[in-house]
Design a protein. Structure first.
Lengths: 303, 832
């Protein structure tokens, strides 16, 4: 599937901002199952200094610096991305979750890289209550993929998608108690549970298709940037993407921007500004099949 | 049951005899005697207090008995330390690069990934991670020194070590008699050279800065000493900004490049854009600038990873793997329960072990036998979150306590630097008495407590020439050329400006108080005296000495009581003295030691005298005593002025102090004249004379006036003396002349228009005096002046604000947008 992605972030400031420094995570990266055909990043006003590079996790980022007073700041990222993530392996071909947890914890040649995603991070610590919720899915000796798919589906069924009831700092207990939230909450909940259990889990940032395929319901979380989970299945099968907000496996409806341990590692636009006040933030996301895109050809500076 | 092991005594050998290198020192100590040593210790504490000024809480004091190390002992320690520094540098290089140590299973991932010191940066680190390094050592019952902690993020205490040596040399020369103690200053010279070499510049002087969190906290003195010794500008995050990919310091003459930045804070706080950020301010984009090569960070903030406590259990393996050597300096025995077994640990004598977080050096440690069940449950579930550290009994040595000479357990910190070619260890160090047996020696909590405790100078003695073989004199690298750090940071300029204003406000308050205390005691109730007193009270209200207008209409007893209140902490003099102390502490690195000591001793003494002046329930006697303190307040102001005129300030702060003082002084004279002329019926003959006398008295010009005009008081001559006569050092004209001089120094081209604004003020004042002089009735003309004078006063205030905008506007703390950087770590106290 080939998608056209358009992600606009626009800040309007009540009073001028004199100095600003931002890091943006809005350019999708190449990875097995995902090819970025072209991409471009437009920043208004143009920064005095822009550095393109990668973050610690290999995600594509840009440092943007502004040194002249400005009243608005917008970042428009546009890309064409081809996705075809492989189907998940048969459940019984994956190791039991107990074996997988032991392997990951030991590190060494097989797991020293994935071990990073086992440990507490600033926004996402192993959590006993989340672990207890997940324990129903992680029955003794169950193949890890079976347990993961079950947990993914249970979160989708047990929790209600509702914007505005949570913020970034809402604790997991509250999400668990109220059984509602948005994609970030469900993703953090699932990661906290998996860290308690000992399965390496990543926070995935990206987009989900805005309009569903014919005959299917509109996906949740499609008008903003989206978040979901990737879990490790062992050295033979690597990572699998699981979207607890929609109860599905990542196949061809998601486009990956990148990943981290939690939201803080990969927030789309963050920065430090001097001045401003009464800021207004507007975010718009479109992810449509390329053939349905009528926004015209890519601009000349596309790469 | 095991017998508790007996700690080593630093002074005695294994057979109960005194070790040879201690003998002479013991002789000197017993010659001086306990009482004398106690007194010398107090002298050092006072000197240290005057040095550091009013920081929060007391700083560590220096005990008169130093720790002695033989040259041989020191050589072995420094060899071991250099070896460790090489291992840690290589480990950092690997862990932030290939990570073979993880892939090959030399280190478990659980020691690295969860560590707060492990920074997730966008891009590699260029150049060496470590420029300086320190170790905390304790000597166990077997007589061997062992490493309790590696220090790379801060390595504080080196400034204190230097200060201790200075105090010891000055206060206890007897102890040094007849022996050679290795000096410390060559180490600081080498350190400064290494920073210059790091900058790698040929065409200009490198800009060196030390990033400090601000004037508060017990580490301020440490930072000030370091900045002074290393020739760095002491800068706060608000003084620095990344622009155009480089780091800049905002100074009164514009932005100045910073090529090398010394960091003394947790790595994750230094760049809130790229890293997590924390409660200590950082600089957005700093890591980006460092990667581009525009600035060198020392130590690199990522090197804090070397402080991970669990590494102690893996150091021998790291030594063999990374440099192919066995370590000469072992760690305090440390177990890794995930490898060595939880059950084995729990079935051991639990009192022998401390349990501490395996990755977070700042987390408090706890004795295993006192660990709560919940902690043991966490240990069983996730053993790799902990390490167990053996509770060694540290060696003891004597220290001078009020009750006598008492033995105390000690920990020793040594310091080293990388000069580009190799490591050098400072021949000396900082020993500290371990004051709290409930803290693991060398842990963050122990250091935090120790920051206010007792330290000791450390001597490497050259006693026995045979022992000298161990230390070959390191070849000195070629000295880099050094010059003074030119421009004043805007923040420091702002502080000088305010110091000047506070000093002047204090003097102004003193003058008003003097007039008040003279008069309030002997009011005879004549309407003229009554009116004058009311005027002075109004001035006192205006100056902030008294609260509200109620005082001015109130009865005599109420006024007395209100006036007695000024001795309280909330009273203006106390507040001003405390502000003067606070601002001076921030400027400590920019004054001569003598000036700083005078300011600190003066504020302390005056605050004490004000407190003592208060006689509960007796306003009359309180005021009598306040009157005497007032003279001291005025003398204090005069002393500081004198020192300022001499050589108080380095690098351009004097002009700002002058500007603050002079503008404040000129405006207080104008206010006084305006308020006095506002008296009811002032144009009446008898009233005007009293008003003019009061003006002269308040501005300290009565004697000058009488020497020119004898006892005839008329408005024009009085106003001329107070406003226009630039031969009168206490008048407005000479204040404005000094303002003009300072502005000419700071802004030679006059492009700012500030000098012009200052001369406009003088022109308007000349107009005022001319009008009075040519008026048919001077008294009537004078009585009409207050509004004009207050207008001119407003212009003067405006000039002050324009100066502030032109020179001081520092970068405000930026705000975070997007992201989640509201998550802050728990605040942990400063540590030594």
């Amino acid at each position: 599937m080939i998608y056209h992605v358009r992600h606009l972030t626009r800040y309007s400031y009540g009073s001028p901002v004199d100095l600003a420094a931002h890091i943006v995570h809005v350019t999708p990266r190449d990875l097995p199952g995902q090819t970025v055909r072209w991409t471009r990043l437009d920043v208004t006003p143009p920064p005095v200094r822009r550095v393109d590079g990668t973050d610690y996790f290999g995600n594509l980022i840009a440092w943007l610096y502004h040194e002249a007073p400005h009243r608005s700041f917008s970042v428009l990222a546009e890309s064409e991305v081809e996705v075809a993530f492989p189907p998940p392996p048969p459940e019984h071909a994956t190791p039991s979750w107990e074996d997988l947890a032991a392997l990951a914890r030991d590190g060494g040649a097989a797991a020293w890289q994935v071990a990073e995603f086992l440990f507490d991070s600033p926004m996402c610590a192993a959590h006993p209550a989340a672990g207890e919720y997940a324990a129903l899915s992680f029955t003794p000796r169950r193949p890890v993929l079976a347990a993961l798919l079950d947990l993914n589906m249970r979160i989708y069924t047990d929790f209600r998608f509702r914007a505005g009831v949570t913020t970034l700092s809402t604790p997991i207990e509250q999400v668990l108690a109220r059984r509602e939230g948005v994609c970030q909450d469900f993703t953090h909940l699932m990661i906290s549970a998996l860290r308690w259990i000992g399965v390496p889990a990543r926070y995935m940032s990206g987009y989900i298709r805005t309009r569903p395929p014919p005959g299917q319901a509109r996906r949740l979380g499609s008008d903003q940037s989206h978040a979901w989970v990737a879990a490790w299945l062992g050295p033979a099968h690597g990572w699998i993407g699981l979207d607890p907000t929609n109860g599905i496996v990542m196949r061809d409806e998601h486009v990956v921007l990148g990943w981290g341990r939690d939201y803080a590692d990969i927030s789309p636009v963050h920065g430090l500004i001097l001045g401003g006040g009464n800021d207004e933030l507007k975010v718009g996301v479109d992810l449509v099949p390329a053939e349905e895109w009528d926004g015209g050809p890519p601009a000349p500076d596309a790469r | 049951m095991d017998m508790a092991p007996i700690p080593v005594d630093e002074m005695v050998d294994g057979h109960g005899g005194v070790r040879p290198h201690w003998r002479r020192l013991l002789g000197a100590i017993s010659d001086l005697g306990h009482r004398e040593l106690l007194e010398r210790g107090r002298q050092m504490a006072r000197a240290l207090h005057d040095q550091t000024g009013p920081t929060e809480g007391a700083a560590a004091r220096c005990d008169p008995v130093p720790l002695l190390l033989t040259a041989h002992e020191f050589a072995r320690l420094s060899e071991g330390m250099v070896q460790r520094a090489r291992v840690l540098e290589a480990a950092l290089r690997d862990l932030y690069g290939q990570r073979d140590l993880l892939a090959d299973g030399v280190l478990p991932p659980s020691l690295i990934y969860p560590a707060p010191g492990f920074l997730r940066m966008g891009g590699p680190v260029a150049g060496a991670f470590l420029n300086f390094y320190a170790v905390d050592l304790i000597r166990g019952p077997d007589g061997a020194w062992r490493v309790a902690a590696d220090r790379v993020a801060r390595a504080n205490g080196i400034g204190q070590a230097l200060e201790n040596r200075r105090q010891m040399t000055r206060t206890l020369p007897e102890l040094f008699a007849g022996r050679e103690v290795q000096p410390l200053s060559p180490f600081f010279d080498a350190w400064q050279d290494s920073l210059h070499h790091l900058a790698g510049l040929r065409d200009r002087n490198p800009g060196l800065a030390l990033l400090t969190p601000g004037p508060r906290g017990s580490l301020r003195a440490e930072h000030v000493i370091l900045a002074r010794e290393l020739g760095c500008v002491l800068a706060e995050a608000g003084d620095l900004a990344v622009r155009d990919g480089a780091l800049w310091l905002k100074t009164v003459r514009g932005l100045r490049r910073v090529d090398v930045l010394l960091l003394r804070q947790d790595g994750w706080t230094v760049d809130p854009l790229e890293l997590e950020g924390g409660s200590t301010p950082g600089i957005a984009g700093l890591l980006d600038a460092a990667r581009g090569g525009a600035v060198r960070l020392v130590n690199h903030p990522a090197s804090g990873l070397a402080e991970v406590p669990g590494l102690a259990a893996f150091m021998p393996a790291l030594g063999r793997r990374l440099i192919g050597e066995d370590l000469l300096l072992p760690d305090v025995p440390t177990r890794w329960p995930a490898r060595d077994g939880v059950d084995a640990l729990l079935s051991d004598d639990r009192g022998r072990w401390w349990l501490r977080d395996s990755t977070n050096a700042r987390a408090p440690a706890c004795r295993l036998d006192r660990a709560k069940e919940s902690m043991l449950a966490t240990l069983r579930r996730t053993p790799d979150r902990f390490v167990a550290v053996e509770a060694l009994a540290p060696s003891v040595m004597p220290s001078i306590q009020p009750a006598g000479i008492e033995p105390g357990a000690i920990i020793l910190r040594l310091f080293a630097l990388f000069d580009g070619g190799g490591w050098q260890v400072m021949p000396g160090g900082l020993a500290r008495l371990l004051s709290d047996p409930d803290q693991l020696p060398g842990s963050a909590m122990d250091r935090a407590r120790g920051a206010h405790g007792v330290t000791k100078d450390v001597w490497v003695t050259v006693e026995d020439s045979r022992n000298l073989v161990g230390i070959a004199a390191p070849p000195m690298p070629v000295l880099a050329i050094r010059r003074g750090q030119g421009d004043l940071p805007s923040r420091a300029a702002d502080d000088f400006f305010w110091l000047g204003r506070y000093l002047e406000q204090l003097e102004d308050a003193g003058r008003i108080l003097r007039v008040l205390t003279r008069r309030i005691g002997r009011v005879d109730g004549s309407p003229r005296e009554r009116a004058e007193l009311e005027t002075v009270l109004r001035l006192a209200v205006h100056a902030g000495l008294l609260q509200g207008e109620s005082v001015t209409g109130a009865g005599f007893a109420t006024q007395m009581r209100a006036l007695a209140e000024i001795t309280l902490e909330a009273g203006l003099p106390q507040r001003l003295l405390s502000e003067i102390g606070r601002v001076s502490a921030g400027l400590r690195d920019r004054m001569t030691i003598e000036t700083f000591e005078t300011i600190v001793q003066g504020t302390d003494a005056l605050r004490g005298r004000l407190r003592e002046a208060r006689v509960a329930g007796d306003a009359g006697r309180t005021l009598e005593r306040v009157g005497r303190v007032t003279d001291d307040l005025l003398r204090y102001g005069a002393t500081i002025s004198g020192l300022t005129a001499e050589n108080m300030v380095r690098s351009g702060g004097r002009q700002f102090l002058e500007l603050g003082r002079r503008i404040e002084r000129a405006s207080s004279i104008l206010t006084a004249i305006a308020l006095i002329l506002r008296q009811k019926d002032v144009s009446q003959r008898g009233r005007m004379e009293g008003a003019l006398r009061l003006m002269l008295e308040l501005s300290d010009c009565a004697i000058t006036y009488r020497s020119r005009y004898f006892a005839v008081f008329q408005p024009a001559p009085v106003l001329d003396l107070l406003l226009l006569d630039d031969g009168n050092p206490r008048g407005v004209a000479s204040q404005m002349a000094m303002v003009a001089r300072a502005l000419a120094d700071l802004d030679p081209s006059g492009g700012t228009g500030l000098a012009e604004a200052a001369s406009t003020v003088m022109e308007r004042l000349r107009g005022v005096v001319d009008d009075v002089l040519s008026a048919p009735q001077q008294d009537v003309a004078a009585a009409a002046l207050p509004d004009r004078l207050l207008d001119i006063h407003a212009a003067l205030r405006d000039l002050g604000q324009r100066i502030a905008r032109r020179f001081f506007v520092v970068l405000m703390p930026p705000r975070a947008v997007g992201g989640s950087r509201t998550v802050e770590r728990d605040a942990i106290p400063d540590e030594s």
